[in-house]
Write a protein of this length. Structure first.
Length: 198
Protein backbone atom coordinates (compact mmCIF):
# COMPACT_ATOMS: atom_id res chain seq x y z
CA UNK A 1 0.00 0.00 0.00
CA UNK A 2 1.36 3.40 -1.01
CA UNK A 3 2.07 5.65 2.00
CA UNK A 4 1.54 9.23 0.82
CA UNK A 5 3.18 10.82 3.87
CA UNK A 6 6.35 8.81 3.29
CA UNK A 7 6.30 9.48 -0.46
CA UNK A 8 6.20 13.26 0.05
CA UNK A 9 8.72 13.54 2.90
CA UNK A 10 11.50 14.99 0.70
CA UNK A 11 9.96 18.45 0.97
CA UNK A 12 10.97 20.83 3.76
CA UNK A 13 8.91 20.77 6.94
CA UNK A 14 7.63 24.34 6.97
CA UNK A 15 4.93 25.01 9.59
CA UNK A 16 3.62 21.45 9.16
CA UNK A 17 0.31 20.88 10.93
CA UNK A 18 -2.11 18.14 11.79
CA UNK A 19 -5.87 18.48 12.25
CA UNK A 20 -8.58 15.98 13.08
CA UNK A 21 -8.94 15.14 9.40
CA UNK A 22 -5.58 15.61 7.70
CA UNK A 23 -1.82 16.20 7.70
CA UNK A 24 -0.66 19.49 6.19
CA UNK A 25 2.90 19.43 4.87
CA UNK A 26 5.15 22.26 3.60
CA UNK A 27 3.43 25.60 4.10
CA UNK A 28 3.44 27.88 1.02
CA UNK A 29 3.05 31.39 2.50
CA UNK A 30 3.63 33.06 -0.89
CA UNK A 31 0.39 31.39 -2.04
CA UNK A 32 -1.69 32.01 1.11
CA UNK A 33 -1.12 31.87 4.89
CA UNK A 34 -2.66 28.39 5.16
CA UNK A 35 -1.71 27.00 1.75
CA UNK A 36 0.19 23.71 1.82
CA UNK A 37 2.05 21.81 -0.85
CA UNK A 38 0.58 18.49 0.30
CA UNK A 39 -2.57 17.69 2.26
CA UNK A 40 -2.98 14.02 3.10
CA UNK A 41 -6.21 12.93 4.74
CA UNK A 42 -6.44 10.53 7.65
CA UNK A 43 -8.19 7.16 7.29
CA UNK A 44 -11.83 7.24 6.24
CA UNK A 45 -14.39 6.44 8.93
CA UNK A 46 -15.59 2.83 8.70
CA UNK A 47 -19.24 3.81 8.22
CA UNK A 48 -18.37 6.12 5.32
CA UNK A 49 -16.37 3.37 3.67
CA UNK A 50 -19.29 1.00 4.03
CA UNK A 51 -21.60 3.64 2.52
CA UNK A 52 -19.12 4.13 -0.36
CA UNK A 53 -18.90 0.41 -1.08
CA UNK A 54 -22.70 0.23 -1.32
CA UNK A 55 -23.28 3.45 -3.25
CA UNK A 56 -20.36 3.36 -5.68
CA UNK A 57 -19.41 -0.33 -5.75
CA UNK A 58 -15.90 0.60 -4.63
CA UNK A 59 -13.31 -1.95 -5.73
CA UNK A 60 -11.12 -3.47 -3.03
CA UNK A 61 -7.93 -1.49 -3.90
CA UNK A 62 -9.84 1.79 -3.45
CA UNK A 63 -11.43 0.64 -0.19
CA UNK A 64 -8.03 -0.47 1.13
CA UNK A 65 -6.44 2.83 0.14
CA UNK A 66 -9.18 4.93 1.77
CA UNK A 67 -8.94 2.88 4.95
CA UNK A 68 -5.32 4.13 5.19
CA UNK A 69 -5.66 7.66 3.77
CA UNK A 70 -8.95 9.21 2.73
CA UNK A 71 -7.66 11.07 -0.29
CA UNK A 72 -5.10 13.81 -0.83
CA UNK A 73 -4.43 17.17 -2.43
CA UNK A 74 -0.85 16.90 -3.67
CA UNK A 75 1.54 19.47 -5.13
CA UNK A 76 -0.83 22.39 -4.58
CA UNK A 77 -3.65 20.54 -6.32
CA UNK A 78 -1.64 19.35 -9.31
CA UNK A 79 -2.70 15.81 -8.35
CA UNK A 80 -5.82 15.01 -6.34
CA UNK A 81 -6.97 11.70 -4.94
CA UNK A 82 -10.64 11.71 -3.99
CA UNK A 83 -12.02 10.47 -0.70
CA UNK A 84 -15.33 9.55 0.89
CA UNK A 85 -17.20 12.46 2.44
CA UNK A 86 -20.43 12.36 4.43
CA UNK A 87 -23.22 13.51 2.07
CA UNK A 88 -24.59 15.95 4.67
CA UNK A 89 -21.23 17.44 5.63
CA UNK A 90 -21.20 21.23 5.43
CA UNK A 91 -18.04 23.10 4.47
CA UNK A 92 -16.70 25.44 7.12
CA UNK A 93 -14.45 27.75 5.13
CA UNK A 94 -13.63 29.65 8.33
CA UNK A 95 -11.74 26.52 9.48
CA UNK A 96 -9.59 25.58 6.45
CA UNK A 97 -7.77 22.82 8.33
CA UNK A 98 -11.09 20.99 8.69
CA UNK A 99 -12.05 20.95 5.00
CA UNK A 100 -12.67 17.43 3.60
CA UNK A 101 -11.05 15.87 0.52
CA UNK A 102 -12.68 16.10 -2.88
CA UNK A 103 -15.67 13.76 -2.74
CA UNK A 104 -15.77 10.50 -4.69
CA UNK A 105 -19.56 10.72 -4.49
CA UNK A 106 -19.78 14.23 -5.97
CA UNK A 107 -17.14 13.67 -8.64
CA UNK A 108 -18.78 10.49 -9.92
CA UNK A 109 -22.26 12.05 -9.84
CA UNK A 110 -21.35 15.28 -11.63
CA UNK A 111 -19.14 14.09 -14.47
CA UNK A 112 -20.41 12.19 -17.47
CA UNK A 113 -18.17 9.24 -18.15
CA UNK A 114 -18.41 6.55 -20.76
CA UNK A 115 -19.21 3.20 -19.16
CA UNK A 116 -19.94 4.45 -15.60
CA UNK A 117 -20.71 0.90 -14.50
CA UNK A 118 -17.16 -0.09 -15.47
CA UNK A 119 -15.13 2.96 -14.45
CA UNK A 120 -14.97 4.83 -11.15
CA UNK A 121 -13.38 8.28 -11.00
CA UNK A 122 -10.83 8.28 -8.16
CA UNK A 123 -8.67 11.33 -8.84
CA UNK A 124 -7.70 14.09 -11.17
CA UNK A 125 -5.06 16.50 -12.40
CA UNK A 126 -5.51 20.17 -11.58
CA UNK A 127 -3.86 21.64 -14.67
CA UNK A 128 -6.31 20.37 -17.27
CA UNK A 129 -9.00 18.67 -15.18
CA UNK A 130 -8.28 15.23 -16.62
CA UNK A 131 -9.63 12.39 -14.51
CA UNK A 132 -8.13 9.16 -13.24
CA UNK A 133 -10.47 6.17 -13.26
CA UNK A 134 -10.16 2.64 -11.99
CA UNK A 135 -11.67 -0.27 -13.88
CA UNK A 136 -13.86 -1.98 -11.27
CA UNK A 137 -13.20 -5.44 -12.74
CA UNK A 138 -9.46 -5.37 -13.51
CA UNK A 139 -8.30 -2.59 -11.10
CA UNK A 140 -6.34 -1.04 -14.00
CA UNK A 141 -6.01 2.75 -14.05
CA UNK A 142 -7.05 4.90 -17.01
CA UNK A 143 -6.76 8.61 -17.80
CA UNK A 144 -9.79 10.42 -19.25
CA UNK A 145 -10.01 13.89 -20.77
CA UNK A 146 -12.16 16.32 -18.83
CA UNK A 147 -14.19 17.86 -21.61
CA UNK A 148 -15.30 14.87 -23.65
CA UNK A 149 -15.01 12.07 -21.09
CA UNK A 150 -12.98 10.04 -23.56
CA UNK A 151 -9.90 7.94 -22.87
CA UNK A 152 -6.77 10.04 -23.26
CA UNK A 153 -4.71 7.11 -24.54
CA UNK A 154 -5.27 3.95 -26.51
CA UNK A 155 -7.41 1.16 -25.09
CA UNK A 156 -4.55 -0.12 -22.90
CA UNK A 157 -4.51 1.00 -19.28
CA UNK A 158 -1.85 3.56 -18.38
CA UNK A 159 -1.11 1.86 -15.04
CA UNK A 160 -1.81 -1.69 -13.89
CA UNK A 161 -2.97 -0.70 -10.39
CA UNK A 162 -3.75 2.15 -8.00
CA UNK A 163 -0.42 1.63 -6.25
CA UNK A 164 1.50 1.71 -9.55
CA UNK A 165 -0.24 4.96 -10.57
CA UNK A 166 0.69 6.71 -7.31
CA UNK A 167 4.16 5.16 -7.08
CA UNK A 168 5.03 6.47 -10.55
CA UNK A 169 3.16 9.79 -10.62
CA UNK A 170 4.15 11.17 -7.20
CA UNK A 171 7.92 11.04 -7.89
CA UNK A 172 7.39 12.31 -11.44
CA UNK A 173 5.44 15.36 -10.29
CA UNK A 174 7.67 15.89 -7.22
CA UNK A 175 10.64 16.29 -9.58
CA UNK A 176 9.00 19.45 -10.97
CA UNK A 177 9.13 21.11 -7.51
CA UNK A 178 12.08 22.16 -5.37
CA UNK A 179 12.30 21.13 -1.70
CA UNK A 180 10.52 24.33 -0.58
CA UNK A 181 7.48 23.66 -2.81
CA UNK A 182 8.24 26.10 -5.63
CA UNK A 183 7.38 24.70 -9.05
CA UNK A 184 10.51 24.69 -11.23
CA UNK A 185 8.95 23.67 -14.52
CA UNK A 186 5.95 24.46 -16.64
CA UNK A 187 2.62 23.64 -14.97
CA UNK A 188 1.57 21.56 -17.98
CA UNK A 189 4.32 19.07 -17.04
CA UNK A 190 2.27 17.99 -14.02
CA UNK A 191 -0.09 16.08 -16.33
CA UNK A 192 0.92 12.77 -17.98
CA UNK A 193 1.79 13.12 -21.63
CA UNK A 194 -0.85 12.03 -24.06
CA UNK A 195 -0.01 8.64 -25.52
CA UNK A 196 -0.40 8.07 -29.22
CA UNK A 197 -2.82 5.30 -30.24
CA UNK A 198 -1.18 2.07 -31.37
Amino acid sequence: MVDLLRMTKQFQAVDDRESEVAYFRTNLPWVAPLAYLNVIYKPAPTELLKHGRQLLNLPEPVTDFLAQQNGAILFSGALNVYGVVHPDQLLNRAAPLSLPPYSLFDENRSWSLSEPERFLIIGGYGFDGSRICIDRASSEIYLFDRHDGELRQSAAAMWSSLDEWLASEIPRIASIFDETGHRCGDESATVPRKQKPN
